[in-house]
Design a protein around this ligand. Structure first.
Ligand SMILES: Nc1ncnc2c1ncn2[C@@H]1O[C@H](COP(=O)(O)OP(=O)(O)OP(=O)(O)O)[C@@H](O)[C@H]1O
Length: 122
């Protein structure tokens, strides 16, 4: 069967929009990313510094999308039942987001903060 080009991209965009609409944490990550880009533009980051910022945004958004997918699948399978394995699956996926959010804070502290100070004293 011939696969229509571009369809996969549309589904992926829908998935991202779904996470943004339904997950408060995804909206917080989007706000943090917008703030990081604005601060980076003010601080006139160089190419390598932008790469660190872009990497932070990409990994946190990706983890949140996977976390959202995990929540949906768990809810689909177990419904309203309380299940230790459902809890383990959801909490472990949430831990992945937390670890990468902590990484993005390290990037903010080591890349963005010094760049802003350098701009302020120039
Ligand atoms: N079916 C379940 N069985 C046992 N524990 C659950 C189950 N569903 C959720 N939990 C527990 O409740 C927590 C919150 O789950 P819930 O699905 O209500 O919110 P969430 O969508 O995971 O949270 P958020 O979207 O804010 O990250 C989970 O991290 C897990 O610890």
């Amino acid at each position: 069967m011939k696969k229509k080009k571009g369809i996969g991209l549309r589904y992926a965009a829908w998935g991202w929009w779904h996470a943004l609409r339904h997950e408060r944490n995804m909206r917080i990550h989007a706000g943090a990313a917008a703030a990081a880009v604005a601060v980076g533009a003010y601080a006139r980051l160089d190419r390598d510094e932008w790469l660190w910022v872009a990497l932070s945004i990409a990994v946190v958004w990706s983890a949140e999308c996977v976390n959202t997918a995990m929540e949906r699948v768990v809810d689909l399978v177990v419904g309203t039942e309380r299940e230790p394995l459902a809890k383990a699956a959801k909490d472990t996926a949430a831990a992945a987001v937390l670890i990468l959010a902590a990484f993005s804070l390290v990037v903010a502290g080591t890349v963005l903060v010094p760049a802003v100070f350098a701009r302020l004293v120039e």
